[in-house]
Write a protein that binds this ligand. Structure first.
Ligand SMILES: *Cc1c(COP(=O)(O)O)cnc(C)c1O
Length: 423
């Protein structure tokens, strides 16, 4: 059997309707921003493989750090034991995170990072003897596919089969330009009419919704409203973290500070699944007690896996190198130039840029659904041309590895321009 036939025989892929989907492409090799399939056809990975890979595929620096750790201490349980790699990741992150973030909790993926944050928000009030159970989230939010994360997510595509089985979540509109007051008032209203524990949000950019962007000042106001009312705030930086927005974290643009942050995706440079939830000292203190019932009874077998920690340390080191920061700036400048070029095009409805993120909305007469016909046409066109882009409905976005070359990025732009003409 070919690998395609074997895949069909044995595998079940994420977000895939196997009856109608094209067979998956078998990738055999990656280097820098490029991937190659089994026929040696090259692809530019213009979305950094679901936003995890900023420093390039098969990165030697991270690989060497992983190998060294694998042959020293590959894993040890984190209950009752600790190790240098975990301590170093924590120390390093606390140095670069917003300065109120003081405690680091490890898990395995973005969804579990969110799951932990929501559980801590709920148990924080439980520990204080206060009953607060409602979580506030944005419309069209995406926070992951485990149950609490899914409850907080507002994209019905992912959640409709499970309606009625969720924790209480109330939604407010995103404060996009012109809708700020509506969003502020909705938040005040929700807080007044519910007993709210926390507000979870994707800071500045809603990734899965199609790179929907809003301003730092608006987010600051929302956080302040929460803090005035004793509602905990959770910045889900699983997508935006580690340089995507042009700064280490999207929250670096925002004056008000969150109570918790969720990190994953680029944390290990796309090598080993790992996630982190970070907390203020105040939150930690609410669990610190002679009463064992007040402890956080949450953990995963692979929590703080030393090999993952070594990958995270190497990734953070790469991120902080001046050459990498220059790459982020270079990609941003190229995006801004491309934006100037395409924004007047009659078929382009809107464009937006933040850091290495570029998004463009194509004019469309019908309401485009998430996995609708325009999306399929665009996706297939890009793949045929050797560029990996996953449009969301009629929104095409680029989120490349920071080390993508100017020539590769130019090719992505050219093919997007061709796609606009084609649809
Ligand atoms: C991808 C994502 C998640 C979920 O992460 P997984 O690792 O896929 O579980 C959560 N929040 C945001 C903002 C994300 O982009």
């Amino acid at each position: 059997m070919t690998s395609t036939e074997k895949d069909r025989q044995y595998l079940w892929h994420p977000y895939t309707q196997h009856k109608t989907a094209q067979p998956p492409i078998t990738i055999i090799r990656g280097e820098g921003a490029m991937l190659w399939d089994e026929n040696n056809k090259p692809y530019i990975d213009a979305i950094a493989s679901w936003w995890v890979n900023p420093f390039g595929h098969s990165n030697r620096f991270i690989a060497d750090a992983i190998y060294k750790q694998l042959t020293t201490l590959e894993h040890v349980l984190f209950g009752g034991f600790t190790h240098e790699p975990a301590i170093e990741v924590a120390e390093k992150l606390i140095e670069i995170l917003p300065n109120n973030q003081q405690k680091i909790f490890f898990s395995d993926n973005g969804s579990t990072a969110v799951e932990v944050a929501i559980k801590v928000a709920l148990q924080y009030f439980f520990n204080k003897g206060e009953k607060r159970t409602t979580i506030i989230a944005f419309e069209d939010a995406f926070h992951g596919d485990t149950f609490a994360a899914m409850a907080a997510s507002g994209i019905s595509f992912y959640t409709q089969a499970f309606q009625g089985m969720f924790i209480d979540v109330v939604r407010i509109p995103v404060p996009i330009k012109g809708k700020e007051l509506e969003s502020f008032n909705a938040l005040k209203n929700v807080i007044e009419n519910n007993i709210c524990a926390g507000f979870i949000f994707e800071p500045l950019v809603q990734g899965a919704a199609g790179m929907v962007m809003y301003a730092p000042d608006a987010l600051s106001t929302l956080i302040e409203i929460c803090h005035k009312n004793g509602v905990l705030t959770i910045a889900d930086e699983v997508m935006t973290g580690f340089g995507k927005t042009g700064k280490n974290f999207a929250m670096d643009y925002v004056k008000a500070q969150p109570d918790m942050m969720c990190l994953s995706k680029a944390l290990t440079g796309g090598t080993i699944p790992m996630a982190i939830t970070t907390f203020t000292q105040t939150l930690f203190d609410a669990f610190y007690s002679d009463d064992i019932n007040k402890a956080l009874f949450h953990g995963h077998t692979f929590t703080a896996n030393p090999t993952g920690c070594a990958a995270a340390l190497a990734s953070i080191e790469l991120l902080q190198k001046p050459e990498m920061q220059a790459n982020i700036e270079r990609v941003n400048q190229m995006h801004l130039q491309f934006q100037q070029k395409v924004k007047q095009h009659p078929k382009v409805k809107t464009t937006r840029v933040l850091g290495v993120i570029f998004a463009l909305e194509i004019q469309s007469n019908s309401a485009e659904s998430y996995y609708g016909s325009m999306r399929t046409k665009l996706y297939d066109f890009f793949i045929e041309k050797g560029v990996i882009l996953r449009p969301v409905g009629n929104i095409v976005y680029i989120l490349p590895p920071y080390i993508i070359t100017n020539e590769q990025l130019q090719e992505v732009y050219t093919i997007i321009e061709e796609a606009i003409e084609m649809v």
